[in-house]
Design a protein. Structure first.
Length: 198
């Protein structure tokens, strides 16, 4: 069976990936196809994660900062990048740190999250703003189903906690969202009400 990307021209594209796809085989595949990557590293990959996390981030200059307000929330994101050639990963050229500060106006809760990434893009190839846009775009795609499941189906309030049941319920909620989207609904909160009246 051919990988799904074999039929797509990847030359000069930039592929963003979460930590699940930060694997040597994936990085090698993308580089052989002429694509660059921006890939997250986390504690599941202790070697690269520790190397990147322990860089002197406090001394590294800020490349980009942005602030957004929406969904009853304020978020400030800071991006730092540094050239990095000592990582055993295909063509890794830079390490990145994203720090996100978030405040939920409804609950008053303040969160701080640090994310570490690596990229095959050489220093200076793109601006900090472009890197931040790609990283944020990847996160937005990943968070969209969770946001809909939480806001529409109140997933975070669910009392189902045993064994594999939370994952099964998330799959069923995703199925419902997919069916509503295939039916042409863009407002998933209104779609179940509309369906119930039919």
């Amino acid at each position: 069976m051919r990988p799904p990307l074999d039929s797509v021209d990847l030359t000069s594209t930039v592929i963003t990936a979460d930590a699940l796809h930060t694997q040597h085989a994936h990085g090698t595949y993308l580089r052989e196809r002429g694509a660059h990557y921006i890939a997250q590293v986390d504690a599941n990959h202790p070697g690269p994660f520790d190397l990147v996390r322990r860089l002197p981030w406090r001394e590294i200059t800020l490349d980009h900062r942005d602030r957004t307000r929406g969904h009853h929330r304020l978020e400030i994101r800071r991006l730092k990048t540094t050239a990095f050639a000592h990582l055993h990963y295909p063509d890794a050229r830079q390490a990145l740190q994203v720090v996100r500060w978030g405040k939920d106006f409804t609950s008053g809760k303040l969160t701080i999250e640090r994310v570490y990434l690596i990229t095959s893009l050489p220093p200076g190839a793109v601006t900090g703003a472009q890197l931040a846009d790609w990283i944020r775009g990847h996160r937005k795609i990943g968070n969209l189903p969770h946001h809909v499941r939480d806001r529409t189906f109140r997933e975070d309030d669910s009392k189902i906690q045993a064994d594999h049941l939370p994952r099964i319920m998330a799959g069923l909620r995703n199925l419902a969202i997919g069916v509503h989207r295939q039916d042409g609904h863009t407002n998933i909160a209104a779609a179940p009400r509309h369906t119930a009246h039919d």
